[in-house]
Design a binder for this molecule. Structure first.
Ligand code: LAC
Length: 298
């Protein structure tokens, strides 16, 4: 469901061909036809194709990997690691065989570990393999803050970093509403509740739907595709391979990055509070535990 949502969001922007691949017969073809038929109404002329093989995606600039099984109620993202390692590994291999110069954006869970799989299988440089999590997690935090303060979510600036799991880190020191620090607007214990709800935000949707979310994850991923395709140089939280930044080495984690045609064109290092630094290290520890379960944890 995330894949088709990204496809639709990108199609609406009207500047790129979109290819949807799925192993289920007729499914990607049907989704592509449906998205194409929305074009005359919504005003785009994007050519969307659906296929069960990768040939049609040859020469893609960006490959978004959403394949894998989603969570069911009661499951953590980490419960998916062994099944999705095989799926993401195979998808990466087939996708890059036809698009060797592409940028890979990973969305499959457990996200941080699946980024390791895509990087190991592709051997692409870190600039061209990264994951979507931070824009989604930040969007959840922004939504809750907007509801709490009765302001537009568009004017809530926030940042959620770290692993895409229960130990993600909301950077309250960098969170403002229209430039006013959140701590001036909302009481500390209430902020803690919003932070907690954000960390469990994906699970809250899974409980309601019986499967994981797709509208917000799809929109977040499309924003990353957009930043790359239009060379926007956006500074957005993405899951990047760290090589010493934030004191973390050899691990995928959510940090602010600059996104453009080259993929990750820079990693932005913020001054975090002592508490935030500690929480980020703890989040890294949790990610390392999942990565250690991978066959090829390299
Ligand atoms: C979520 C899933 C997509 O957070 O990880 O909703």
């Amino acid at each position: 469901m995330v894949g088709r949502t990204v496809a639709q969001e990108v199609a609406r922007r009207d500047y790129a061909d979109v290819g949807i691949v799925d192993i289920v017969e007729n499914l990607p073809q049907g989704i592509a036809l449906d998205i194409n038929q929305a074009g005359p109404v919504l005003g785009y002329e994007t050519n969307v194709t659906g296929s069960n093989v990768y040939e049609e995606t040859a020469g893609s600039d960006v490959v978004v990997i959403t394949a894998g099984v989603p969570r069911k109620p009661g499951m953590s993202r980490d419960d998916l690691v062994t099944t999705n390692e095989k799926i993401v590994g195979s998808v990466t291999e087939q996708a890059i065989a036809h698009s060797p110069d592409s940028i890979l954006i990973v969305v499959s869970n457990p996200l941080d570990a699946m980024c390791h799989v895509a990087k190991n299988v592709s051997s692409f440089p870190r600039e061209r393999v990264f994951g979507q999590a931070g824009i989604l997690d930040t969007a959840r935090f922004r939504t809750f803050i907007a509801q709490e303060t009765g302001t537009s979510g568009k004017d809530v600036q926030a940042l959620v970093l770290g692993g895409h799991g229960d130990q993600m880190v909301s950077i309250v020191s960098a969170t403002t509403v229209g430039g006013v620090p959140l701590a001036k607007l909302v009481a500390g214990d209430r902020i803690d509740e919003l932070v907690e709800r954000t960390a469990k935000g994906g699970g809250e949707v899974v409980q309601l739907l019986g499967t994981s979310a797709w509208y917000a994850p799809g929109a977040a991923t499309a924003q990353m595709v957009h930043a790359v395709m239009l060379d926007e140089k956006r500074v957005l939280p993405c899951t990047a391979y760290l090589e010493g930044e934030y004191g973390i080495d050899g691990l995928y984690m959510g940090v602010p990055v600059k996104l453009g045609t080259g993929g990750i064109e820079g990693i932005v290092e913020l001054d975090l509070t002592k508490d935030e630094q500690t929480m980020l290290q703890e989040s890294a520890g949790a990610v390392r535990e999942v990565v250690a379960v991978l066959d090829q944890s390299g």
